[in-house]
Design a protein around this ligand. Structure first.
Ligand code: IMP
Length: 202
């Protein structure tokens, strides 16, 4: 049985990733929570791709396991792309992040409230030397709403109006989010690389 490490301690994300990657009986999924002594790396990249690669490589190196990492965030056009790679550090809690975003967007007219969730997903293996063998990106287009709606998901989901669903992301169940989300799209592209690795380990 192969072991694959998901390089995140964010429980909301873990739940989504386990659902997105689960199902392959030949793979046992571990998470960064199984390695409490390994400190999380600093996300020093300026792009989602840089951060995803940096995290996948770091955990592959420190655990000796094949490793999947993602970096994601919210890109708001009216804010010049912010909070972007700094989404998690925009404010201390989900509630504060939402309040700050709505305040920053208060005077932005409806026509200029476009935004997207972006996810970069990287797959790294430890041998013969730690290396990234796949890197993919997924995006979900939408608009920043004026008020939160819905209780599902996490992060900015309550204020993200999804164009293709016609409702806020936090209003749909996980099964629906998992078919269209930026993470689902990035991981759908990563999956063939993982399946190849399961069959012919690098
Ligand atoms: P990361 O852990 O560095 O990838 O930071 C992700 C941050 O972006 C989270 O803390 C959220 O604020 C935001 N984010 C990423 N994906 C989502 C999502 O699916 N829904 C809502 N917020 C998200």
């Amino acid at each position: 049985m192969r072991e694959l490490l998901l390089a995140t301690k964010n429980r909301g994300k873990l739940l989504e990733l386990q659902k997105l990657l689960g199902g392959a009986s030949e793979v046992r999924l571990l998470t960064a929570l199984d390695f409490p002594n390994i400190q999380e790396p600093e996300e020093t990249g300026t792009t989602f791709e840089e951060n995803a690669q940096l995290k996948a490589l770091y955990y592959a190196e420190h655990t000796g396991l094949a490793c999947v990492a993602d970096d994601s965030g919210l890109v708001v056009d009216a804010l010049g792309g912010r909070p972007g790679v700094l989404s998690a550090r925009y404010a201390p809690t989900d509630a504060e992040r939402i309040a700050k975003l709505l305040e920053e967007m208060r005077d932005v007219p409806d026509s200029h409230r476009s935004a997207r969730f972006v996810c970069a997903a990287a797959f790294a293996v430890p041998h013969p030397t730690p290396q990234v063998v796949a890197l993919e990106r997924g995006e979900l287009e939408g608009w920043i709403a004026r008020d939160p709606r819905g209780t599902n998901g996490f992060g900015f989901d309550p204020v993200f109006f999804v164009a293709e669903l016609g409702c806020h992301l936090a209003e749909v169940p996980a099964e629906v989010k998992n078919t269209i989300s930026h993470r689902a799209r990035a991981f759908a592209k990563l999956r063939p690389h993982l399946e190849k690795w399961v069959k012919e380990p690098l």
